[in-house]
Design a protein around this ligand. Structure first.
Ligand code: GLU
Length: 313
């Protein structure tokens, strides 16, 4: 991988509970990608959601440290970045790229989809309302407030991007939400604005987020922020639980605290993760310094890791 003298990678957990093995593995990969390419590694707590669990951000950081991950500077709290998020929405609005949407989830499901629109795309119900129609629609949902949607460029229904793990990828674009009716800024908007502000030029995250990437690239372009190839993406395979579905807390001892109760130390857990990445032999305990020497993005497993809760090494 080319050596960078600037730029940064990042890990951006949502503080909705303790990190599990899958989260820790993604974090370790993001750290390895950044550190082996000469980048800084930054931390951002994505705490915009009201349902967030106040203490879990701090516990997540502690667990990341215990697994051997370090980062540069103080973690950024997304909830403190509201002014920049609002400025970005204002910039899009000034360019005529934002409209109010009063649709409920039910309205969207019931509406006929627009011709040639990707499956699940917003049908455009509120896109072309006159001022008078908008007032009526607003009054009809009061006291609920409208959401704000992006007016995606006419005819742009998908976008291609290069991914260091998935290869050349393509995903759909529609008039996605920028701000919810309750005033919360949407994930896609916040992540794009914050990554740019933090100087992040390498985004490594779980491949469940790959479908969001075209929307984020579109926002980068519209906001005149760095965009691929100046920003690189790597979407890494998830960890699956014993049933074959994405690993979840119900799959048993999956957090460092739960593993600790079973006598499994963070060093052993890191060894398991390293083994799953082909960076350690089964049962081998490896410090992160060794992982840095062994890591080669080209040799990363391209398939999910099926985790066996009864594994002992
Ligand atoms: N906060 C998101 C999550 O925990 C990740 C955002 C990102 O990496 O872009 O799923």
């Amino acid at each position: 991988m080319p050596q960078h003298t600037a730029g940064a990678g990042r890990y951006a957990p949502s503080p909705s509970g303790d990190l599990h093995l899958g989260n820790l593995r993604t974090a370790l990969l993001a750290w390895l990608f950044a550190r082996t390419s000469g980048r800084e590694f930054l931390m951002r707590i994505e705490d915009l959601d009201r349902a967030r669990d106040a203490g879990s951000g701090a516990r997540q950081l502690e667990d990341l440290r215990r697994i051997g991950i370090d980062w540069d500077g103080d973690p950024v709290l997304q909830s403190e970045r509201g002014a920049d998020h609002a400025a970005a929405i204002a910039k899009l609005a000034a360019a005529g790229l934002v409209y109010e949407c009063t649709c409920s989830r039910k309205d969207i499901l019931a509406a006929p989809s627009a011709p040639h629109a990707p499956p699940g795309a917003y049908p455009g119900t509120c896109r072309d309302r006159s001022d008078a129609e908008r007032e009526v629609a607003r009054a009809a949902i009061a006291p609920r407030l409208p959401a704000l949607r992006l007016r995606a460029p006419e005819g742009l229904r998908s976008l291609d991007f290069a991914d260091l793990v998935l290869g050349q990828s393509r995903g759909d674009i529609d008039d996605f939400v920028l701000q919810r009716g309750d005033g919360t800024v949407a994930y896609n908007l916040a992540v794009v604005v914050d990554d740019a502000e933090m100087g992040v030029d390498q985004i490594v995250r779980g491949d469940d987020l790959a479908p969001s990437t075209p929307r984020q690239i579109l926002l980068q372009r519209l906001l005149e922020l760095p965009t691929p190839p100046a920003v690189e993406y790597a979407h890494v395979p998830l960890v699956l639980g014993p049933s074959g579905a994405r690993l979840a807390k119900r799959d048993g001892a999956v957090t460092l605290a739960e593993l600790g109760d079973r006598g499994v130390t963070p060093d052993v857990t890191r060894g398991w993760i390293a083994t799953s990445l082909g960076l350690a032999a089964p049962g081998e305990t490896v410090p992160v310094s060794t992982l840095l020497k062994r890591f080669n993005p080209a040799e990363l497993p391209r398939t999910p890791w099926r985790w066996d809760p009864n594994a002992t090494d």
